[in-house]
Design a protein around this ligand. Structure first.
Ligand code: DAK
Length: 264
Protein backbone atom coordinates (compact mmCIF):
# COMPACT_ATOMS: atom_id res chain seq x y z
CA UNK A 1 0.00 0.00 0.00
CA UNK A 2 1.29 3.45 -0.89
CA UNK A 3 -1.02 5.68 1.12
CA UNK A 4 -2.57 3.56 3.88
CA UNK A 5 -0.59 1.78 6.58
CA UNK A 6 -1.93 -0.77 9.02
CA UNK A 7 -0.14 -1.99 12.13
CA UNK A 8 -1.50 -4.46 14.63
CA UNK A 9 -0.61 -4.22 18.31
CA UNK A 10 -2.21 -7.22 19.99
CA UNK A 11 -5.93 -7.02 19.37
CA UNK A 12 -5.79 -3.37 18.24
CA UNK A 13 -5.08 -2.29 14.66
CA UNK A 14 -3.93 1.25 13.87
CA UNK A 15 -4.76 2.36 10.34
CA UNK A 16 -2.95 5.50 9.18
CA UNK A 17 -3.74 7.53 6.08
CA UNK A 18 -0.33 8.64 4.90
CA UNK A 19 -0.31 11.12 2.04
CA UNK A 20 1.58 14.03 3.59
CA UNK A 21 2.12 16.09 0.45
CA UNK A 22 -1.65 16.67 0.23
CA UNK A 23 -2.37 16.72 3.97
CA UNK A 24 -3.76 13.16 3.62
CA UNK A 25 -6.48 14.25 1.16
CA UNK A 26 -8.61 11.43 -0.22
CA UNK A 27 -8.01 10.64 -3.88
CA UNK A 28 -9.29 7.47 -5.57
CA UNK A 29 -6.14 5.55 -4.71
CA UNK A 30 -6.44 6.38 -0.99
CA UNK A 31 -10.10 5.33 -1.00
CA UNK A 32 -9.26 2.05 -2.76
CA UNK A 33 -6.44 1.32 -0.32
CA UNK A 34 -8.60 2.19 2.68
CA UNK A 35 -11.26 -0.22 1.47
CA UNK A 36 -8.70 -2.99 0.86
CA UNK A 37 -7.16 -2.39 4.29
CA UNK A 38 -10.47 -2.93 6.05
CA UNK A 39 -11.09 -6.02 3.92
CA UNK A 40 -7.75 -7.43 5.06
CA UNK A 41 -8.38 -6.98 8.81
CA UNK A 42 -8.32 -10.37 10.52
CA UNK A 43 -11.51 -10.22 12.55
CA UNK A 44 -10.50 -13.29 14.54
CA UNK A 45 -7.58 -11.37 16.01
CA UNK A 46 -8.42 -7.66 15.86
CA UNK A 47 -11.10 -6.38 18.23
CA UNK A 48 -10.81 -2.60 17.88
CA UNK A 49 -9.38 -0.24 15.27
CA UNK A 50 -7.87 3.24 15.50
CA UNK A 51 -7.99 5.35 12.35
CA UNK A 52 -5.72 8.39 12.10
CA UNK A 53 -3.72 10.56 9.71
CA UNK A 54 0.04 10.70 9.35
CA UNK A 55 1.87 13.72 10.77
CA UNK A 56 0.72 16.26 13.32
CA UNK A 57 -1.09 18.70 11.06
CA UNK A 58 -3.88 16.84 9.36
CA UNK A 59 -6.22 13.91 9.83
CA UNK A 60 -7.62 14.25 6.30
CA UNK A 61 -7.93 17.62 4.52
CA UNK A 62 -10.89 16.46 2.48
CA UNK A 63 -11.46 14.82 -0.84
CA UNK A 64 -8.70 15.59 -3.32
CA UNK A 65 -9.71 18.87 -4.91
CA UNK A 66 -7.26 18.42 -7.80
CA UNK A 67 -8.77 15.08 -8.76
CA UNK A 68 -12.34 16.35 -8.33
CA UNK A 69 -11.86 19.61 -10.23
CA UNK A 70 -12.30 18.14 -13.73
CA UNK A 71 -14.91 15.46 -13.05
CA UNK A 72 -18.00 15.21 -15.23
CA UNK A 73 -21.43 14.72 -13.59
CA UNK A 74 -21.19 10.96 -14.08
CA UNK A 75 -17.62 10.83 -12.77
CA UNK A 76 -18.61 12.99 -9.78
CA UNK A 77 -21.40 10.60 -8.93
CA UNK A 78 -19.05 7.62 -9.28
CA UNK A 79 -16.46 9.32 -7.05
CA UNK A 80 -19.17 10.02 -4.48
CA UNK A 81 -20.23 6.36 -4.57
CA UNK A 82 -16.65 5.17 -4.16
CA UNK A 83 -16.29 7.26 -1.00
CA UNK A 84 -19.73 6.38 0.30
CA UNK A 85 -19.06 2.66 -0.16
CA UNK A 86 -15.81 2.84 1.84
CA UNK A 87 -17.29 5.02 4.58
CA UNK A 88 -20.32 2.74 4.89
CA UNK A 89 -17.96 -0.23 5.11
CA UNK A 90 -16.28 1.48 8.08
CA UNK A 91 -19.58 2.48 9.68
CA UNK A 92 -20.94 -1.07 9.45
CA UNK A 93 -17.63 -2.83 10.05
CA UNK A 94 -18.29 -5.43 12.76
CA UNK A 95 -15.45 -4.13 14.93
CA UNK A 96 -15.50 -0.66 16.57
CA UNK A 97 -13.44 2.04 14.87
CA UNK A 98 -12.10 5.06 16.78
CA UNK A 99 -11.10 8.14 14.77
CA UNK A 100 -8.06 9.86 16.31
CA UNK A 101 -8.38 13.24 14.63
CA UNK A 102 -4.90 14.76 14.70
CA UNK A 103 -5.46 18.03 12.82
CA UNK A 104 -7.59 19.11 9.84
CA UNK A 105 -10.78 17.08 9.34
CA UNK A 106 -12.36 19.00 6.50
CA UNK A 107 -15.00 17.90 4.02
CA UNK A 108 -14.33 14.24 3.31
CA UNK A 109 -12.04 14.22 6.36
CA UNK A 110 -14.85 15.14 8.71
CA UNK A 111 -17.11 12.73 6.84
CA UNK A 112 -14.57 9.93 7.31
CA UNK A 113 -14.32 10.68 11.04
CA UNK A 114 -18.11 10.66 11.28
CA UNK A 115 -18.29 7.19 9.73
CA UNK A 116 -16.27 5.90 12.71
CA UNK A 117 -17.94 4.81 15.93
CA UNK A 118 -16.12 7.25 18.20
CA UNK A 119 -14.15 10.45 17.58
CA UNK A 120 -11.46 11.89 19.81
CA UNK A 121 -9.18 14.68 18.70
CA UNK A 122 -6.05 16.70 19.33
CA UNK A 123 -6.20 20.29 20.56
CA UNK A 124 -5.17 21.54 17.10
CA UNK A 125 -7.97 19.69 15.29
CA UNK A 126 -10.14 21.74 12.94
CA UNK A 127 -13.46 20.40 11.66
CA UNK A 128 -15.61 21.69 8.83
CA UNK A 129 -17.58 21.06 5.68
CA UNK A 130 -16.18 23.63 3.21
CA UNK A 131 -17.96 22.18 0.17
CA UNK A 132 -20.43 24.99 -0.55
CA UNK A 133 -17.45 27.32 -0.90
CA UNK A 134 -16.20 25.01 -3.64
CA UNK A 135 -19.54 24.92 -5.45
CA UNK A 136 -20.55 21.42 -4.36
CA UNK A 137 -22.54 19.73 -1.62
CA UNK A 138 -20.89 17.37 0.87
CA UNK A 139 -20.65 14.11 -1.03
CA UNK A 140 -19.43 11.44 1.36
CA UNK A 141 -22.40 11.42 3.75
CA UNK A 142 -21.79 14.79 5.47
CA UNK A 143 -25.35 16.09 5.11
CA UNK A 144 -26.68 12.90 6.67
CA UNK A 145 -24.20 11.98 9.39
CA UNK A 146 -23.54 15.48 10.75
CA UNK A 147 -27.26 16.15 11.14
CA UNK A 148 -27.65 12.86 13.01
CA UNK A 149 -24.56 13.29 15.19
CA UNK A 150 -24.99 16.87 16.37
CA UNK A 151 -28.34 18.50 15.64
CA UNK A 152 -30.01 19.39 12.35
CA UNK A 153 -29.69 23.10 13.16
CA UNK A 154 -26.01 22.90 14.08
CA UNK A 155 -25.25 20.72 11.05
CA UNK A 156 -27.02 23.18 8.76
CA UNK A 157 -25.08 26.10 10.23
CA UNK A 158 -21.73 24.31 9.74
CA UNK A 159 -22.60 23.16 6.20
CA UNK A 160 -24.32 26.33 4.91
CA UNK A 161 -21.68 28.72 6.29
CA UNK A 162 -18.69 26.50 5.40
CA UNK A 163 -17.07 27.89 8.58
CA UNK A 164 -14.59 25.63 10.34
CA UNK A 165 -14.80 24.87 14.05
CA UNK A 166 -12.00 24.19 16.53
CA UNK A 167 -11.58 21.19 18.80
CA UNK A 168 -13.25 22.79 21.83
CA UNK A 169 -16.35 23.69 19.81
CA UNK A 170 -16.43 20.18 18.29
CA UNK A 171 -16.37 18.83 21.84
CA UNK A 172 -19.09 21.24 22.99
CA UNK A 173 -21.49 20.16 20.24
CA UNK A 174 -20.77 16.45 20.73
CA UNK A 175 -18.91 15.85 17.49
CA UNK A 176 -15.94 14.49 19.46
CA UNK A 177 -15.91 12.69 22.80
CA UNK A 178 -12.66 14.12 24.15
CA UNK A 179 -9.80 16.49 23.30
CA UNK A 180 -6.15 15.71 24.13
CA UNK A 181 -2.78 17.35 23.63
CA UNK A 182 -1.47 16.23 20.22
CA UNK A 183 1.34 14.14 21.71
CA UNK A 184 -1.13 12.14 23.84
CA UNK A 185 -3.82 11.55 21.22
CA UNK A 186 -2.66 8.30 19.65
CA UNK A 187 -1.85 6.69 23.00
CA UNK A 188 -5.26 7.69 24.32
CA UNK A 189 -6.93 6.23 21.24
CA UNK A 190 -4.98 2.99 21.60
CA UNK A 191 -5.81 2.87 25.30
CA UNK A 192 -9.51 3.24 24.56
CA UNK A 193 -9.25 0.61 21.82
CA UNK A 194 -7.46 -1.78 24.20
CA UNK A 195 -10.21 -1.19 26.78
CA UNK A 196 -12.82 -2.17 24.18
CA UNK A 197 -10.72 -5.14 23.03
CA UNK A 198 -10.70 -6.53 26.59
CA UNK A 199 -14.47 -7.00 26.54
CA UNK A 200 -16.41 -9.91 25.09
CA UNK A 201 -16.03 -9.55 21.31
CA UNK A 202 -19.39 -11.02 20.34
CA UNK A 203 -21.14 -8.66 22.76
CA UNK A 204 -19.19 -5.59 21.58
CA UNK A 205 -20.01 -6.38 17.96
CA UNK A 206 -23.63 -6.94 18.94
CA UNK A 207 -23.73 -3.52 20.63
CA UNK A 208 -22.38 -1.82 17.50
CA UNK A 209 -24.96 -3.54 15.32
CA UNK A 210 -27.81 -2.89 17.73
CA UNK A 211 -26.99 0.81 18.03
CA UNK A 212 -26.44 1.33 14.30
CA UNK A 213 -29.42 -0.68 13.10
CA UNK A 214 -31.65 0.65 15.87
CA UNK A 215 -30.90 4.25 14.96
CA UNK A 216 -32.30 3.58 11.50
CA UNK A 217 -35.53 2.04 12.82
CA UNK A 218 -38.52 3.24 14.84
CA UNK A 219 -38.38 2.50 18.59
CA UNK A 220 -40.61 -0.60 18.44
CA UNK A 221 -38.54 -2.19 15.69
CA UNK A 222 -35.32 -1.00 17.32
CA UNK A 223 -36.18 -2.77 20.56
CA UNK A 224 -36.85 -5.99 18.63
CA UNK A 225 -33.41 -5.60 17.01
CA UNK A 226 -31.91 -5.29 20.50
CA UNK A 227 -33.87 -8.29 21.83
CA UNK A 228 -32.63 -10.52 19.02
CA UNK A 229 -29.01 -9.47 19.41
CA UNK A 230 -29.27 -9.78 23.21
CA UNK A 231 -30.74 -13.27 22.87
CA UNK A 232 -27.99 -14.21 20.46
CA UNK A 233 -25.37 -13.67 23.19
CA UNK A 234 -26.76 -16.45 25.37
CA UNK A 235 -25.18 -19.89 25.45
CA UNK A 236 -21.96 -18.34 24.16
CA UNK A 237 -18.70 -19.00 25.99
CA UNK A 238 -18.34 -15.26 26.71
CA UNK A 239 -21.78 -15.03 28.30
CA UNK A 240 -21.32 -18.16 30.41
CA UNK A 241 -17.82 -17.19 31.50
CA UNK A 242 -18.60 -13.49 31.98
CA UNK A 243 -21.53 -14.18 34.29
CA UNK A 244 -19.82 -17.04 36.14
CA UNK A 245 -16.85 -14.76 36.68
CA UNK A 246 -19.09 -12.09 38.21
CA UNK A 247 -20.73 -14.60 40.50
CA UNK A 248 -17.34 -15.95 41.62
CA UNK A 249 -16.09 -12.42 42.43
CA UNK A 250 -19.26 -11.26 44.14
CA UNK A 251 -17.51 -10.58 47.41
CA UNK A 252 -14.45 -8.85 45.92
CA UNK A 253 -14.35 -5.34 47.49
CA UNK A 254 -12.62 -3.94 44.39
CA UNK A 255 -15.16 -5.16 41.92
CA UNK A 256 -16.96 -1.83 41.40
CA UNK A 257 -14.72 0.32 39.25
CA UNK A 258 -15.64 3.86 38.27
CA UNK A 259 -13.33 5.39 35.72
CA UNK A 260 -12.95 9.00 34.66
CA UNK A 261 -14.54 8.93 31.18
CA UNK A 262 -11.70 10.94 29.64
CA UNK A 263 -9.29 8.22 30.75
CA UNK A 264 -11.56 5.29 29.92
N1 DAK B 1 -7.03 18.24 -1.97
C1 DAK B 1 -5.84 18.25 -2.60
N2 DAK B 1 -4.73 18.81 -2.09
C2 DAK B 1 -4.83 19.37 -0.87
C3 DAK B 1 -6.04 19.37 -0.14
C4 DAK B 1 -7.19 18.77 -0.74
N3 DAK B 1 -8.37 18.70 -0.12
N4 DAK B 1 -5.81 20.02 1.03
C5 DAK B 1 -4.52 20.38 1.03
N5 DAK B 1 -3.92 19.99 -0.12
C6 DAK B 1 -2.53 20.20 -0.49
C7 DAK B 1 -2.28 21.64 -0.88
O1 DAK B 1 -2.65 21.86 -2.23
C8 DAK B 1 -0.76 21.75 -0.68
O2 DAK B 1 -0.12 21.13 -1.77
P1 DAK B 1 1.17 21.84 -2.46
O3 DAK B 1 0.72 23.16 -2.87
O4 DAK B 1 2.19 21.88 -1.34
O5 DAK B 1 1.51 20.91 -3.57
C9 DAK B 1 -0.55 20.86 0.54
O6 DAK B 1 -1.68 20.01 0.63
C10 DAK B 1 -0.45 21.68 1.81
O7 DAK B 1 -1.61 22.49 1.90
P2 DAK B 1 -1.52 24.07 2.16
O8 DAK B 1 -0.24 24.64 1.63
O9 DAK B 1 -2.78 24.66 1.66
O10 DAK B 1 -1.45 24.09 3.75
P3 DAK B 1 -1.99 25.21 4.73
O11 DAK B 1 -1.51 24.86 6.08
O12 DAK B 1 -1.69 26.58 4.22
O13 DAK B 1 -3.58 25.07 4.69
C11 DAK B 1 -5.68 23.80 4.74
C12 DAK B 1 -4.19 23.87 5.17
C13 DAK B 1 -6.22 22.44 5.13
C14 DAK B 1 -6.46 24.89 5.48
C15 DAK B 1 -5.75 24.05 3.22
O14 DAK B 1 -4.84 23.14 2.56
C16 DAK B 1 -7.11 23.79 2.69
O15 DAK B 1 -8.01 24.64 2.81
N6 DAK B 1 -7.29 22.65 2.03
C17 DAK B 1 -8.53 22.30 1.37
C18 DAK B 1 -9.55 21.91 2.40
C19 DAK B 1 -10.87 21.61 1.77
O16 DAK B 1 -11.54 22.47 1.21
N7 DAK B 1 -11.23 20.35 1.90
C20 DAK B 1 -12.53 19.92 1.55
C21 DAK B 1 -12.53 19.44 0.17
S1 DAK B 1 -14.20 19.21 -0.33
C22 DAK B 1 -18.40 14.30 -3.69
C23 DAK B 1 -17.49 13.53 -3.08
C24 DAK B 1 -16.74 14.04 -2.07
C25 DAK B 1 -16.84 15.33 -1.69
C26 DAK B 1 -17.76 16.12 -2.32
C27 DAK B 1 -18.56 15.61 -3.30
N8 DAK B 1 -19.15 13.77 -4.77
C28 DAK B 1 -18.49 13.39 -5.91
C29 DAK B 1 -20.58 13.77 -4.73
C30 DAK B 1 -15.98 15.85 -0.71
C31 DAK B 1 -15.57 17.12 -0.81
C32 DAK B 1 -14.52 17.63 0.01
O17 DAK B 1 -13.92 16.98 0.82
Amino acid sequence: MEFVKCEAEGAVAVITIDRPKALNALNSAVLDELSATFDAIDQNVIRAIVLTGAGDKSFVAGADIGEMSTLSKEEGEAFGKKGNDVFRKIETFPIPVIAAVNGFALGGGNELAMSCDIRICAENAIFGQPEVGLGITPGFGGTQRLARLVSPGMAKQIIYTARNIKADEAYRIGLVNAVYPQEELLDQAKKMAAGIAKNAPIAVRGCKKAINDGLEANMDDALVIEEKIFGGCFESYDQREGMANFLRKKDDPNKVKVVDFKNA
